[in-house]
Design a protein around this ligand. Structure first.
Ligand code: SF4
Length: 457
């Protein structure tokens, strides 16, 4: 059953109890990005279960849409470029179509191989597994869908054999998702509840994120069942508060922000995926408090005259605080722009703003076939008519998947530029680097070491 308090939305509704009530006033518009993720999930689950490589799905078509209230997700139109098209089920309303190309299949391939590797020795595995979550969220009959559930035995200490429950989830986004996130913990608890009577008791619950755009290895977190018990209690309380905020919305909405808790840093992403983002008084309060200006004053400064902390900022404390809030502010700014655009597109008013015609798109042939035929009639030479490009290393690696010796030979000719220094919070997994050409404290320590003639020997 579709859950209002879904596992994938848990970071929002558990952190911001009023968000379910706030979202009710806005249409649930799934983004292209989210739909592309749903399409890739379908390929990930199918390839994992059918033991197929990602290359099999080149040219596959996945459609994302709804069947009334009962279904909102991805279905196959065809699994392979040479397959016939599969007619959609009755009542299916298509929202978007996706054709699987080399870039996404290259990333999916890493995730599929890693997941299949972990499924070796499996006692039981299931994809797109529907697990009960109602005991955690308090919503009658609520369920969630885990990409892959895997149950296996593995050696413990000495002769001990451990029964392990694994939950695997594929992520297509660029923002790293931690395997100990609320979504996976809820799936883990739901799966343990469902499978314990047949395969339990479980000694360990392993949560696995496959996010190849971030890491070419799976990201893993492990818990003893009793360790997840305290999280279960925490999420039950958060769900109860969220239900209370929803049931009493008429009393506080528009009058108070007591149930609205915006994300204040990059780690707190609740507003990013909230339908109320950009029109929420809780978010407004956070932004004005962080910037130190009311919106009216900010509009006056729309020429870039905002004052940023300068050299009198010991340890960069103020700059660090503001930097930590930038992702939340950017996300809010994007949400405001999106909301204004969609309001104007629907014919509504946005004070001081209007829609205008944007820059024209690139020119294209109305019909490539007709243009090509016309050029041939003109007897134009091949090199005038066509451009031939060498395939990229990524495309060639995929094309030579079954011929690894050829790819090994070619791969020696591949070059890749180093990444540029980039800002990251201290919690980032990557080690800090020295800014190029800048002496750091360590260098001075080295230089200031007392001279020891033995160092010259
Ligand atoms: S925009 Fe943020 S603060 Fe407002 S309801 Fe949504 S999650 Fe809560």
């Amino acid at each position: 059953m579709h859950a209002k308090r879904s596992p994938s939305g848990a970071d929002r509704w558990a952190a911001c109890p009023g968000s379910i009530a706030m979202e009710a006033g806005y249409p649930d518009e799934s983004s292209e990005y989210a739909d592309a993720g749903s399409a890739q999930h379908l390929v990930f689950a199918d390839a994992t279960m059918m033991a197929r490589s990602a290359g099999f799905y080149l040219g596959a078509i996945v459609e994302v849409g709804t069947i009334g209230e009962a279904f909102d997700g991805a279905i196959w139109c065809r699994k392979n470029a040479s397959d016939d098209l599969i007619p959609p089920p009755a009542g299916f309303v298509r929202r978007r179509s996706f054709v699987m190309g080399e870039p996404e299949l290259e990333l999916l391939g890493i995730a599929i191989e890693n997941c299949r590797e972990m499924l070796r020795g499996s006692i039981y595995a299931e994809t797109e597994a529907e697990v009960p979550i109602y005991k955690l969220t308090g919503e009658a009959g609520a369920t969630g869908h885990a990409d892959v559930i895997n149950i296996l035995d593995e050696p413990g200490q000495g002769p001990q054999i451990l029964r392990v429950l694994e939950v695997h989830d594929y992520k297509s986004g660029r923002n790293e998702v931690k395997p100990d996130c609320r979504q996976l913990k809820i799936y883990g608890l739901g799966a343990a509840d469902l499978f314990a009577p047949i395969y339990g008791p479980f000694d360990k619950i392993r949560l696995v994120i496959h996010q190849p755009i971030v890491s070419d290895r799976p990201l893993v977190a492990e818990f003893l069942p009793k360790e997840l018990a305290s999280f279960a209690e925490e999420i039950r309380q958060a769900a109860a508060l969220s239900i209370h905020a929803e049931n009493t919305a008429a009393e506080w909405m528009g009058k108070s922000t007591e149930y609205l808790v915006p994300g204040r840093t990059d780690d707190e992403t609740q507003c990013k995926y909230c339908a109320a983002s950009g029109a929420c008084p809780g978010q407004d309060a956070f932004i004005t408090e962080t910037i130190g200006l009311e919106f009216a004053a900010l509009a006056d400064k729309a020429g870039g005259a905002l004052v940023l902390p300068g050299w009198d900022d010991p340890g960069g404390a103020t700059l660090g605080l503001r930097l930590a809030a930038v992702p939340a502010i950017k996300s809010w700014a994007q949400a405001v722009e999106d909301r204004a655009y969609s309001t104007l597109m629907k014919g509504g008013p946005v004070a001081g703003h209007k829609l205008v015609q944007g820059k024209r798109g690139n020119r294209a042939w109305a019909s490539e076939e007709e243009a090509e035929a016309e050029m041939k009639r003109m007897r134009l030479k091949q090199d005038v008519m066509y451009v031939q490009n060498l395939k990229t290393p990524t495309a060639m690696e995929l094309a030579l998947k079954e011929l690894p010796s050829k790819w090994n030979k070619l791969s020696r000719l591949v070059t890749q530029a180093e990444g540029k220094p980039t800002l990251a919070p201290l919690s980032d997994r990557r080690p800090a680097i020295k800014p190029p050409g800048v002496a750091t404290e360590e260098d001075f320590t080295e230089l200031n070491k007392p001279f020891n003639p033995e160092d010259l020997l």
